[in-house]
Ligand binder design. Structure first.
Ligand code: HEC
Length: 136
């Protein structure tokens, strides 16, 4: 458990270190992936507090304003779907947090599945297209 946590913490702090003041989406997403793995690990080690901490990070992540402006321009009206998927991911993250506070691990794992589906849905729908404009 300790070794795993150390690796995950390093992963997260390394990408945080690489960020400038205005965070870029890619670095944020790398941190998002790290926190999702921490939540998964917390589920398997029955550690609710670790889960609550990473959920809080996911729910309050800094906004990549400049990148979001690029995304809005590229997607046009499709930004609506982008936001819906993002909201779905955040709703599920909230539900994970509530379940963790209630110490209900089965519900945590159920909502984790919902959250990860939203992560993947956005990637499958938009990632390739957005990478082209975010990293010209
Ligand atoms: C609403 C859209 C959206 C949602 C929701 C979303 N992502 Fe992403 N994600 C992206 C986009 C766009 C990229 C590509 C960013 C880039 O390359 O600049 C990305 C890239 C990534 C990457 C690769 C980062 C890298 O180093 O290239 C990871 C890891 C990731 N996301 C994890 C997650 C996790 C975990 C969640 C859910 C908790 C999530 N994402 C939810 C849009 C989303």
């Amino acid at each position: 458990m300790k070794k795993m946590m150390l690796i995950l913490t390093l992963l997260i702090s390394t990408s945080a270190f690489a960020q400038e003041e205005e965070p870029r989406l890619q670095g944020l997403m790398a941190q998002m992936g790290g926190h999702s793995l921490i939540i998964l690990n917390g589920m398997f080690y029955d550690d609710f507090s670790v889960i609550e901490d990473s959920v809080a990070w996911i729910n309050n992540h800094p906004k990549p304003k400049a990148d979001f402006a690029i995304i809005k321009k590229e997607l046009g009206a499709e930004i609506k779907l982008f936001k819906e998927i993002d909201d779905a991911a955040h709703n599920a993250a909230n539900a994970i947090g509530v379940a963790a506070q209630e110490q209900d691990m089965l519900e945590v794992s159920k909502q984790y599945g919902v959250m990860v589906q939203s992560c993947t849905q956005c990637h499958e729908t938009f990632r390739e297209r957005l990478r082209a404009v975010l990293h010209p």
